[in-house]
Design a protein around this ligand. Structure first.
Ligand SMILES: NC(=O)c1ccc[n+]([C@@H]2O[C@H](COP(=O)([O-])OP(=O)(O)OC[C@H]3O[C@@H](n4cnc5c(N)ncnc54)[C@H](OP(=O)(O)O)[C@@H]3O)[C@@H](O)[C@H]2O)c1
Length: 245
């Protein structure tokens, strides 16, 4: 049994109401972490066992910074952040107008940078940890979803840059890039077992979609104080789907 040192570790998690973020909250809480779970849905939809729930639409003006302030006030400080909110913007490049770009970049890039800027002063007082959910499509963009592909690629670059700037403060910053993981938005995009199986046979060496728990495991490891020498990395959790080395 490995003790990840998470007992009392104060973590803000976005995307806490569904999929990977929800699984991260559950795993962290089970390890004794004090989790501030941030989601758009009502508090009743948040995972149980967390220290507090914060209901925000993170695309609202000032909401990311406000979520940090509320988490700090309710947890008494902050040791780590996991950003798992996200929403793919489907459709080909030619159909993506200004509002699609504005919506996609606002949640998947700008809100993340605003939240991390708000969290940095608190993490600097700790040996802070940051994990950001990007996507395999940031490095290997498929056709369609140009908006979210671009946002996630920019986010990965911003996280890498940040990792270099804050290493001297003891803050470690990493990304996790899921391939295809069963969740609310993926079940909308791949709505049946037949569709998922056909896709998996063609593209995923392990032959199936992943589960949120399979991704959460690595997010929790990277965001824990036991991670002391991995920073600036993107870990693909994708059943072998990435083609590049
Ligand atoms: N699943 C995959 O295969 C996959 C692949 C590549 C990348 N990713 C990335 O992994 C992360 C988790 O994805 P998932 O598929 O597990 O998610 P999901 O189950 O679809 O849930 C999305 C989460 O994001 C939150 N969210 C969406 N818009 C928001 C907003 N405006 N303000 C606040 N919260 C908002 C949702 O909150 P509410 O429920 O309250 O609306 C929900 O908690 C995302 O960043 C996603 O881009 C996932």
């Amino acid at each position: 049994m490995i003790d990840l040192g998470l007992d009392g570790w104060r973590v803000l998690v976005t995307g806490a109401t569904s999929g990977i973020g929800r699984a991260v909250c559950t795993l962290l809480a089970g390890e004794g972490a004090h989790v501030a779970a941030v989601g758009r849905s009502a508090a009743g939809d948040h995972p149980s066992g967390v220290a507090c729930t914060i209901v925000r639409d993170l695309t609202d003006d000032g909401a990311p910074k406000g979520a940090v302030e509320e988490a700090v006030a309710r947890l008494g400080g902050l040791d780590a952040v996991v950003w798992a909110a996200g929403s793919a913007v489907p459709g080909p490049f030619a159909d993506a107008g200004e509002s699609a770009w504005d919506r996609g970049l606002r949640l998947n890039l700008l809100a993340v940078t605003q939240l991390l800027r708000g969290a940095l002063p608190h993490l600097r007082q700790r040996p802070g940890r940051i994990v950001v959910l990007t996507a395999l499509s940031a490095a290997e963009p498929p056709a369609s979803q140009s908006v979210s592909n671009a946002a996630k690629a920019a986010l990965a670059a911003a996280a890498k840059t940040l990792s270099r700037e804050v290493a001297a403060d003891g803050i470690l910053v990493n990304c996790i890039a899921p391939g295809r993981v069963r969740s609310r938005q993926l079940d909308t995009a791949f709505p049946s077992d037949e569709v998922r199986t056909a896709f998996s046979r063609r593209h995923i060496p392990l032959g199936r979609f992943g589960t949120p728990e399979e991704v959460a495991l690595f997010a929790v490891l990277l965001v824990s104080p036991r991670n002391t020498y991995v920073t600036g990395q993107t870990l693909a959790v994708d059943g072998g789907m990435a083609v590049s080395m």
